[in-house]
Design a protein around this ligand. Structure first.
Ligand code: 3NM
Length: 216
């Protein structure tokens, strides 16, 4: 994968969208320049079965139009069935040691919270790691306590070549500190799903990755 694809990584499920229809939120975000998209369909009213698959295919089609990688959270079977560009798993979702043989060349992202999890992810051929929650988040009910940037900084200094996306409570104002700590990009849910002006919010994030900014 191209590590620049991690720069503005938008994550969304239908339950995250408060102001607008989910598909319209995604389309605006794509139009204005998100670089990667993850469908994360969770929560009490999450779509299931055929409705979930249909929604996933709709999101996938939109992402293809904008040449943005389409990633599915957790659901390895669905990712394979519809030919997603990648899968993102947490530590409890699917055994990290088995995932690569299951998905082949698909992009593989894994959430890591410790040195041991990091080493396992690297050993089994992860394409990027997600590190978080950096700040407090209301979008993940079982999130760990906020970690700040300490772990992120240590992973970056130990693994200069590893693509890293930071997640958890990131907004336009605190994002610079996260990039400064070594993340290739930021993953956000509420900063975009909760925005009343998605074009402006995307532009604010994108300005952090201008020509003069270090993005290796
Ligand atoms: N994973 P928001 S935090 C999906 O720490 C997710 O692994 C996390 O949402 C982790 O941008 C999180 O609204 C929620 O804080 C991120």
């Amino acid at each position: 994968m191209n590590r620049k694809d991690l720069q503005l990584y938008f994550i969304m499920g239908t339950g995250n969208c408060v102001h607008e229809e989910p598909i319209s939120v995604l389309e605006k975000a794509l139009q204005h320049g998100i670089t990667m998209f993850q469908l994360r369909e969770k929560g009490p009213n999450a779509l299931t079965g055929q409705a979930y698959e249909d929604f996933a295919r709709l999101c996938q089609k939109l992402c293809q139009q904008y040449h943005v990688p389409f990633i599915i959270n957790d659901d390895v079977e669905l990712a394979i069935k519809i030919g997603a560009d990648g899968i993102h798993i947490g530590q409890e979702d699917f055994p990290v040691c088995k995932i690569r043989e299951k998905i082949g060349q698909m992009i593989l992202g894994v959430s890591v919270h410790s040195e041991a999890e990091l080493q396992t992810a690297k050993q089994y051929g992860v394409d990027y790691v997600g590190i978080g929650p950096i700040f407090a988040t209301t979008s993940k009910s079982d999130a760990n306590p906020p970690s700040g940037t300490t772990f992120l900084q240590s992973v970056r200094s130990e693994s200069p070549e590893l693509p890293i996306v930071a997640i958890g409570g990131i907004n336009c104002f605190n994002a610079p500190s996260v990039l400064q700590a070594g993340a290739d990009g930021i993953a956000v849910i509420s900063a975009l799903c909760g925005s009343k002006d998605i074009p402006h919010t995307v532009a604010m994030f994108k300005s952090l990755f201008g020509e003069n900014k270090k993005s290796s």
